[in-house]
Design a protein around this ligand. Structure first.
Ligand SMILES: *Cc1c(COP(=O)(O)O)cnc(C)c1O
Length: 372
């Protein structure tokens, strides 16, 4: 699915030098590389503040903590996402409220959000799934009208850009009040361990989130609020600072692989290829196709026999997860998400895919559909 070693080999001199420099300085926690990476990330994204933390899940939790919500306040999000999105909400005693997704682009639908807003709704938390942005025109308008905050889960979309109807273009994670991202190794900007960040243009929120990551303190041993311990290691920051310079190139390589898939698979009946949202660029965190429900698992098995790994992101929607049954949802509540869980399939997607590999994958896929 990914080739992290192949990617490392091409820039090993730079990475090794960056790691060695951190070891020599031995500033393993809060070293200067952390500050440098935060500054460079904020500059790349054209936002005022980037605050790093331990991982993307923490980033979501810290962002929610910074908004001073009350237990029971409602956060509207997607039922078709990675669990972290919903977990952060639930952990803080807030109520995850779901709004179904668009059947073609897989992101939360603005019209569905509007239907579930109540007097207790405080936040909309869209997820930019698979690498392209949700409908931020609609989401920002609903948030403005209802005085809601917007936290973007940009863990899968770092580097993609959204163009508003008026023409303004902003990078994923810098559109709402706070954006959250992850540097998990397989993310588009991945480190060699865990890492995450919050993004904001609001200096007060930035200061608060910075304090929360550090036990709620601005001055050592004085704790103005309840915080957590969540930081990006200096070594990871040094690695990320090198890789950030390659992010656009990496995203271009993914886009080229996606175009290859598009070209080679477009003729196959029974296969639905990823739709591009015309307002967003797509950085192809995943290349996710759709099949008829009857064919997804057999196709997966067929490809596995040919040595081709695939993944199902995600097999169970959030509202039907056992750990969240207390929310009282049942099958049929979010039919689009439920159907996607049975019909999506993600093909290998990374920066090191060769044309030979892509051709083999595509020919194998075509082979399956010839057998049925
Ligand atoms: C990866 C991911 C996260 C969490 O990131 P971690 O760094 O693994 O904690 C959150 N949301 C989405 C959509 C993700 O893909």
């Amino acid at each position: 699915m990914v080739d992290l070693f192949g990617q490392y080999k091409k820039i090993s001199h730079e990475i090794d030098a960056a790691i060695n420099k951190v070891i020599e300085s031995s500033a393993f926690i809060k070293g200067p590389e952390v500050i440098a990476f935060q500054r460079n990330l904020a500059e790349y994204l054209d936002t005022n503040h980037a605050i790093t933390c331990g991982n993307g899940t923490d980033a979501l939790q810290i962002a929610l903590m910074a908004l001073e919500l009350e237990p029971g306040d409602e956060v509207v999000t997607s039922p078709f996402t990675f669990i972290a999105t919903v977990e952060a909400i639930a952990l803080l005693g807030l109520k995850p409220v779901f709004a179904d997704v668009c059947p073609r682009c897989f992101n939360i639908e603005a019209a569905e959000i509007e239907k579930v807003i109540t007097g207790k709704t405080r936040v909309i938390l869209p997820v930019h799934l698979y690498g392209q942005c949700a409908n931020m025109d609609g989401i920002m308008e609903i948030a403005g009208k209802n005085k809601l905050k917007v936290i973007e889960d940009a863990a899968q979309a770092l580097g993609s850009a959204y163009s508003f109807t008026g023409g303004l273009t902003k990078k994923a994670g810098t559109i709402g009040h706070i954006g959250c991202t992850s540097f998990f190794p397989s993310k588009n900007l991945g480190c060699y361990g865990d890492g995450g960040a919050m993004l904001t243009n609001d200096p007060a929120l930035a200061e608060k989130m910075q304090a929360i990551t550090h036990h709620g303190s601005k001055v050592k041993y004085y704790h103005d609020m309840i915080g957590v311990n969540s930081r990006l290691d200096t070594m990871q920051a040094a690695i990320l600072d090198v890789k950030l310079r390659y992010l656009d190139k990496y995203n271009d390589a993914r886009a080229r692989a996606a175009e290859f898939y598009d070209r080679s698979l477009s003729g196959i009946e029974g296969l639905i290829l990823p739709k591009r949202n015309r307002h967003s660029t797509h950085i192809f965190h995943t290349y996710t196709i759709k099949t008829g429900i009857a064919h997804r698992d057999p196709l997966r098995e067929y490809l596995k026999e040919k040595g081709i790994p695939t993944m199902v992101y995600y097999p169970v929607p959030m509202h039907l997860q056992k750990g969240y049954s207390y929310l009282g949802h049942s099958k049929g509540d979010f039919p689009v998400s439920e159907e996607l869980c049975h019909s999506v399939l993600s093909l290998p997607m990374h920066t090191e895919l060769t044309e030979d590999q892509l051709e083999y994958i595509c020919n194998s896929l075509a082979g399956y559909f010839k057998t049925i």
